[in-house]
Design a protein around this ligand. Structure first.
Ligand code: UP5
Ligand code: MG
Length: 196
C-alpha cells in the first residue's frame, strides 16, 4: 500500500452547468479519473440485486439528495477499484449530510485539492437539461417538473456547501455560461496554475 493519499478535486455546480462535459475534457487533457456521483447512483439503481434501486429512483426523480452512506460507499468503492490516485468527484458533496458523511468516512483517506465550481444561471441550466431530455437522454429527471425540484435543492442545500468551501478559500470559480470549449480554456488554465 502506498503512503501517498489519493488526490481529489470536487466538481460542483447546478444541474446542467456542464460538470460532466468539462470532466470529460479534463480527463482527456490531465491524468484524472472522473467519478460522477450521479452516474454511480444511476448505475447502482439499475444493478441486478441492488437493494437501493427504487429508493435511488425516487430521490433522483424528485431532485432529492440520496443518503450519504449510499453515495459515499459507491465513491469509495469506485476509487478503490480504479487503482488510480487522482480523481474528479463530480456532483458531490451537495448538502450538509453529504459533507458530514464524507468527513466521517473519507477525509483522512484522501487529500482534497480544491473545489471546481461551475457557475451558471438557473435559466441556462434548465434549458440545457430540457434540450438534453428532448434529445433522448433517458434521464428520468430531465423534465420541467423534476428540474424545478433539482434547482430548488441546489439553491437550498448545495449552495451553502459551495459557500462553506469558498469561505475556506478552496473554491475555483468558472463562468459556465459560454460554449463548452471556451469554458474548458478557463478550466485548463485553472488546473495548470494548480500544478497539474
Ligand atoms: N452542455 C454542457 N456544457 C455546455 C455549454 N457550455 N454550452 C451549451 N451546452 C452545454 O451538461 C448538461 C447538458 O448541457 C448536456 O446536454 C451538455 O451537452 C450541455 P452536463 O455536462 O451533463 O452538465 P452537468 O452539470 O453534469 O449536469 P447534470 O444534469 O449531470 O447535473 P446534476 O447535478 O443535476 O446531475 P447529477 O447526475 O450530478 O445528479 C442527479 C441526481 O442524482 C441529483 O439530482 C440527486 O437526486 C442525485 N444525486 C445524489 O443524491 N447525490 C449525489 O451525490 C449526486 C447526485
Ligand atoms: Mg452530470
Amino acid at each position: 500500500t502506498s503512503s501517498v493519499k489519493p488526490k481529489v478535486v470536487f466538481v460542483l455546480g447546478g444541474p446542467g452547468a456542464g460538470k460532466g462535459t468539462q470532466c470529460s475534457k479534463i480527463v482527456n487533457r490531465f491524468l484524472f479519473t472522473h467519478l460522477s456521483a450521479g452516474d454511480l447512483l444511476r448505475e447502482e439503481r439499475s444493478r441486478e440485486g441492488s437493494e437501493f434501486g427504487s429508493l435511488i429512483e425516487d430521490y433522483i426523480r424528485n431532485g432529492k439528495i440520496v443518503p450519504v452512506e449510499i453515495t459515499c460507499s459507491l465513491l469509495e468503492n469506485a476509487m478503490k477499484n480504479s487503482g488510480k490516485s487522482l480523481f474528479l468527484i463530480d456532483g458531490f458533496p451537495r448538502n450538509q449530510d453529504n459533507l458530514d458523511g464524507w468527513n466521517r468516512q473519507m477525509s483522512d483517506k484522501v487529500d482534497v485539492q480544491f473545489v471546481l465550481f461551475f457557475d451558471c444561471d438557473e435559466e441556462v441550466c434548465v434549458k440545457r437539461c430540457l434540450i438534453r431530455g428532448q434529445g433522448g437522454s433517458g434521464r428520468s429527471d430531465d423534465n420541467l417538473e423534476s428540474l424545478k425540484k433539482r434547482i430548488q435543492t441546489y439553491n437550498n442545500d448545495s449552495m451553502p456547501i459551495i459557500k462553506y468551501f469558498d469561505d475556506a478559500g478552496q473554491v475555483k470559480r468558472i463562468d459556465a455560461s459560454p460554449d463548452a470549449d471556451q469554458v474548458f480554456r478557463e478550466v485548463e488554465r485553472t488546473f495548470m496554475t494548480s500544478g497539474f
